[in-house]
Design a protein around this ligand. Structure first.
Ligand code: ADP
Ligand code: MG
Length: 446
């Protein structure tokens, strides 16, 4: 059955409804310029200008769109997204306020991948994100300047660029820089006698974003120039956002004036994400990249990477790379363990757990059963830890496999043993010698 001629109207209605369910930046970027193309044989075709938009909608919004259309048409239907260029299409309208020619991502020096949509919110960043989104829709308002600080890899740059990208979407003039670029440009402008035009450049954006302000060189003139820029922007109700590795009061070299100006705005920190948030971040990133992670594998990564979001991403990349090398259809806990704990497939490591255990038993004058079993005397526990450590570093086997070889112990016991030996190796020369001897015996044998 077909409903010729109505696809356009149905889709216009659907867009109104979808607008209620997605963020305004998602709506403006992906949905606003789409059209209803046809609705035949219970297949609704949505047209997009770019193939990448069609793909994105297919991956991210197809069920939302489908359910919306089903609700509206009361039909069980399928949705297809199709790139169909539309000549003479107008650019999206922008909500009221001052209209200035919007800058592009590259002009604004923004990384378009850093958006609010892919920034996972948790207790560690809730306040900062709330302030950042408020700024993007109302720059120069309550939170001016906004000062975001945290240790490395916790999401400052991402949040800063997300503000900029959202500002661009709103048609605002945005400029993003780092304190290093700022310093370099200022130094060059003195050489080239172009300070006035540089001043103009930094004064004109409605949102100025400065990353890593702690790196601003300690030269007085640069800091003065920075200070003036900030006050001029502030006085014209333009928004300033800066990031730093510590709060303003811990940056005495920026001078009292600048510090008090930052303290007068909003100062917010980003904390380390807790397990739940780390897991949510990993899930979002795995989904975005369509990596076939099993939940347990994501949980494993979230448990073992606690230092920063950057570390989490690095771990995800390592596991994904390993999965690709082995053409693994599913990413399991075991694969994640192997990738993260660096069980490389070099031929030197190709030893069996049993040969490792028997060499350790010989060396420690114990029996294999002692090493594998449950006895808890100090020397036996030490030999067992050593055997687990060597099994981990000298074989292909995963922590889980090693654990089960040692009388069905849990992988976390193996991990604990490995960490204990690694830590003791730093200080215990006799242990280092024992490990070296065991390794040469092992390599001599293989
Ligand atoms: P910082 O500037 O604090 O050193 P970044 O903003 O560069 O940290 O973040 C490091 C990486 O972690 C980036 O790839 C970023 O996209 C990602 N990241 C950080 N926080 C989040 C978050 N809350 N949600 C999603 N990705 C995040
Ligand atoms: Mg950064």
């Amino acid at each position: 059955m077909s409903l010729p001629g109505t696809a356009v109207e149905i889709w216009q209605q659907a867009l109104k409804e979808l607008q209620q369910h997605v963020s305004s930046s998602n709506f403006n970027t992906w949905l606003r310029d789409t059209r209803g193309i046809s609705f035949e044989d219970n297949v609704f075709v949505v047209g997009t200008a770019q193939p990448s938009t069609a793909d994105w909608l297919e991956n991210r919004f197809s069920s939302l769109v489908k359910n919306t259309l089903i609700r509206m048409t009361k039909r069980n239907l399928e949705v297809r997204f199709l790139a169909t260029s539309a000549p003479g299409e107008s650019t999206p309208a922008v909500a009221g306020g001052e209209r200035i020619e919007p800058t592009s991502h590259s002009q604004a020096c923004l990384n378009s991948r850093y958006t609010f949509d892919n920034y996972v919110i948790g207790d560690c960043n809730r306040v900062a994100t709330a302030a950042a989104t408020a700024i993007a829709s109302n720059p120069g308002g309550k939170y001016n300047p906004l000062f975001i600080y945290s240790g490395v890899g916790l999401g400052k740059t991402h949040l800063l660029h997300a503000i900029g990208n959202a500002g661009l979407q709103e048609g605002l003039k945005v400029l993003c820089t780092t304190s290093e670029q700022f310093t370099n440009e200022f130094v060059d402008s003195i050489k080239n006698r172009s300070v006035t035009s540089l001043r103009e450049k930094f004064r004109s954006p409605q949102i100025l974003l400065v990353d890593d302000v702690h790196f601003i060189a300690g030269k007085e003139r640069t800091i003065d120039f920075f200070c003036h820029t900030i006050s001029e922007l502030y006085e014209s109700n333009h928004q300033i956002v800066v990031t730093s590795d510590r709060p303003p009061r811990a940056l005495p070299h920026l001078g009292k004036k600048l510090n008090s100006c930052f303290e007068g705005g909003l100062v917010v920190g980003l904390q380390l994400p807790i397990y739940k948030t780390r897991l949510a971040i990993l899930k979002a990133k795995a989904e975005e990249r369509q990596l076939p992670f099993m939940n347990a594998a994501l949980e494993f990564v979230a448990e073992h990477c606690q230092q920063s979001v950057r570390e989490l991403e690095g771990a995800l990349n390592r596991v994904a790379a390993r999965a690709q090398v082995y053409a693994a259809p599913l990413i399991t806990v075991e694969l994640a363990q192997q990738a993260l704990f660096d069980v490389q497939s070099s031929p030197e490591r190709n030893h069996s757990i049993s040969s490792i255990v028997s060499i350790v038993a010989d060396h420690c004058q114990l029996t294999v059963d002692d090493v594998l079993g449950r006895k808890r005397s100090q020397s036996i526990v030490r030999a067992r830890q050593l055997a687990m450590y060597l099994a981990h570093s000298e074989s292909y086997h995963s922590l889980v496999q090693i654990g089960s070889f040692f009388d069905n112990r849990d992988h976390s016991t193996v991990l604990h043993s490995c960490r204990k030996i690694e830590a003791d190796l730093q200080t215990d020369a006799a242990l280092r010698q024992a490990v070296n001897e065991l390794r040469s015996t092992l390599h001599g044998k293989s």
